[in-house]
Design a protein around this ligand. Structure first.
Ligand code: TLP
Length: 345
């Protein structure tokens, strides 16, 4: 099977497994795990923030950020397809008690002037705007890189209104490698940022949230409340450290593979590539093949390729560390077989 469902499916490298085995550990709830300290310090340094916190997942990191920034009854502004809104089980409402206010974006980017107009003025009837959330790269927009100027513009508006900005940077390193703008520069236009170690960077588990010292202190308490205080967790922090320090530059290979895949698929009768491929995600519309997303994926699975539905007629492919250039050539051929057999049936 060639698994392009997500970049979350990568297996830890040999070096990561060795680092886990040799990890120096302690009880992290007591703040005594040296491997966790090393990872958090490195992440804070790369992101240009005072402090960082190791959390179990991207979802937990985003939710802890919302819980820490907001109070129940607040409203948060997000792009209408943001992961925090679409794919986190309404946790913002279930846990933080905030209501979402979504804006339609262009390739995942909200218009700064619309953001400004959406921030609530003081009025006894209104919720207070507690947070603005951005996502870079933007998953549902096909791994689109948020323009730096767009992030700057929104941050400036947010500061003028004393509203914090949180960045869901699950794939921020993909954005950095694609644009040449460092993760620290991006994070400079946010108050807090969440990055995933277990997506393109290949670690088996974990994410980081970074922000000011006082924010991370409060976030640590929320992590504990949510049952995310872990003990000898150096065994998973060590692979995370390798992810941050050794796995970033190679993301350009994944981007190249996505480009090759998109080119191969664009030439096939009945398929349309929906996104401009900037990073490691390719979205295709399969409607004109006579399939919908589900039946297309079933046909593809029979050919030995896995992907996921991303809409009734849209299929998402994600390239990652565990797929080679040869695998990509095979996928193009197998998609071609699946499409041709449908068109001739
Ligand atoms: N995204 C997953 C699915 O949940 C859709 C994927 O396969 O892409 N932010 C963004 C932008 C994400 O894409 C994801 C995962 C998360 C947060 C959540 O990370 P985890 O899965 O670690 O909770």
């Amino acid at each position: 099977m060639i698994d392009l469902r997500s970049d979350t499916v990568t297996k830890p490298t040999e070096k990561m497994r060795q680092a886990s085995y040799n990890a120096e550990v302690g009880d992290d709830v007591y703040g005594e795990d040296p491997s966790v300290h090393k990872l958090e310090e490195k992440a804070a340094e790369l992101l240009g923030k005072e402090s960082a916190l190791f959390v179990t997942s991207g979802t937990q990191g985003n939710q802890i950020a919302v819980l820490t920034h907001c109070s129940p009854g607040n409203e948060i502004i997000l792009e209408e397809n943001a992961h925090i809104y679409m794919y986190e089980g309404a946790a913002i409402s279930a846990f933080a008690g905030v209501q979402p206010r979504t804006l339609k974006g262009h390739k995942g980017a909200m218009d700064p002037s619309e953001v400004q107009a959406t921030i609530r003025p003081e009025d006894i009837h209104f919720p207070e705007t507690g947070l603005i959330c951005l996502e870079n790269t933007h998953n549902k927009a096909g791994g689109a890189v948020l323009p730096f100027e767009n992030m700057k513009g929104i941050y400036q508006i947010a500061k003028n209104h004393h509203v914090p900005v949180h960045l869901d940077g699950a794939r921020l390193f993909n954005a950095a490698v694609s644009s040449g703008i460092s993760v620290g520069e991006y994070a400079g236009y946010t108050d807090t940022v969440q990055i995933c170690l277990s997506k393109g960077l290949g670690a088996p588990v974990g994410s980081i949230i970074a922000g000011s010292k006082s924010f991370i202190q409060q976030a640590r308490k929320w992590r504990k409340r949510l049952g995310g205080g872990l003990r000898q967790v150096g065994v998973i922090a060590e692979p995370g450290y390798i992810a941050l320090t050794e796995m970033v530059e190679r993301l350009s290979e994944d981007h190249k593979h996505a480009e090759v895949l998109a080119e191969g698929l664009a030439n096939m009768e009945g398929l349309k590539v929906e996104n401009k491929v900037e990073t490691n995600i390719v979205l295709i519309n399969v409607e004109d093949t006579g399939h919908n997303a589900e039946s297309f994926l079933t046909a593809l699975q029979k050919e030995g390729v896995l992907a996921v539905p991303f809409g009734p007629n849209t299929v998402r492919f994600v390239t990652h560390y565990d797929v080679s250039g040869q695998d990509i050539d095979r996928v193009i051929k197998k998609v071609n077989d699946a499409v041709s057999s449908q068109l001739t049936s």
